[in-house]
Design a protein around this ligand. Structure first.
Ligand code: ISE
Length: 335
């Protein structure tokens, strides 16, 4: 049998996920889509066999055949949609960030705890990327000794028109926050942010680029360059430095071409290209797990911890002061 999925939000990521469910994920089909832009929802639904189009997410969740929910609306709309899904006891794959703020994520955790089951998976897709998985295996096996640093670079060719200075932290660096927590098996305990004079290529008023420093419970320091208008492509790199070695991922040069006195290769222009396989794997794993009432990736606790770090990061960016992260005690459901 196939899992009937409602997709909430049919923008760039939502439309990409709809295509992915059709092409690469067996055992699932999209039965309803929702978007505040009804025409956009209608266009996406028209490509699907018998899927309904809605403007109200709650109506899409109540549509016939809906057994699971994929939420790809903007971050501030996630909480309401997730809570509706939990009321219906539906498994959820929610795009990152789970919520922009810690309080919203805590409300989601409370709803899940009332159900006594984890139904929410967060779309931190790097956990499903082959290179990240390899790095995690190496670190877990002690291959480079105790990690001292993670040096991270996160660059986008350009940022969309709706992007704000806060989103460099809560929408972009949130990936490094989750990746660092997952790779190290530690929590982030403090955040500092430095903002150089913005690039003249950045839209007016956008604090781009920024340098974000994370300190962790195990004493590792993580530095993240976030630069969302770098102009030349999409790059996500991470070098782990341990007591007995270092390891680096994300250089991404599959083919190297030599000619006319130069050598080089191509840089992906976009996250849907760079992480295409990670998105595929994430969705396949989620569909398989959701059928058994499980999650197969970041859960609501991970979404909460990331949101708490984002919140501290925004405070640090505003004050210029190193800001500690305060987490609630981890509830038994998430241990
Ligand atoms: C976007 O929302 C993503 O999730 C991408 O992975 C990230 O690179 C980009 O900066 C975000 O805006």
């Amino acid at each position: 049998s196939t899992l009937g999925i409602a997709v909430i939000g049919t923008g760039k990521m939502g439309a990409d996920h709809v295509r992915r469910i059709g092409r690469t994920v067996g055992g699932a089909r999209v039965v309803a889509v929702a978007d505040p832009d009804g025409d956009r929802a209608g266009r996406v639904a028209a490509e699907l066999d018998g899927a309904g189009a809605y403007t109200d997410p709650a109506a899409a969740l109540a549509a016939p055949g809906v057994e699971a929910v994929l939420i790809a609306s903007p971050g501030p709309a996630h909480e309401e949609a997730v809570l509706h899904a939990l009321e219906r006891r539906l498994p959820v794959l929610c795009e990152k960030p789970l919520t922009p703020d810690a309080a919203g994520a805590l409300r989601i955790m409370e709803a899940e705890q009332r159900l006594g089951r984890r139904l929410v998976q967060v779309g931190f897709m790097r956990r499903h990327d082959a290179e990240y998985e390899e790095l995690k295996q190496l670190l877990d096996a002690g291959g480079i000794g105790r990690p001292l640093f993670l040096h991270c670079r996160h660059r986008n060719a350009s940022s969309p028109a709706f992007f704000t200075s806060d989103m460099l932290i809560s929408d972009s660096v949130v990936h490094e926050v989750d990746a660092a927590r997952w790779l190290l098996g530690q929590e982030v305990t403090a955040v500092s942010v430095l903002s150089p004079t913005p690039s003249s290529a950045a839209p007016e008023g956008l604090r781009d680029p920024r340098l974000v420093l994370l300190e962790t419970s195990g004493g590792t320091v993580v530095d993240v360059e976030i630069f969302v208008n770098c102009g030349f492509g999409y790059q996500v790199q991470c070098e782990a430095v341990g007591e007995s070695g270092s390891a680096r991922i994300g250089d991404g040069h599959a083919m190297v071409v030599q000619g006319a006195g130069r050598w080089g290769g191509e840089i992906a222009q976009d996250f849907t290209v760079r992480f295409a396989e990670a998105y595929d794997r994430q969705l396949r794993r989620w569909v398989a797990a959701a059928g058994h009432g499980r999650v197969a990736g970041a859960d609501a606790w991970d979404g909460y911890a990331a949101a708490a770090v984002s919140e501290a990061g925004l405070a640090a960016a505003r004050s210029g002061v190193r800001t500690p992260v305060e987490l609630v005690e981890r509830p038994p459901l998430y241990r």
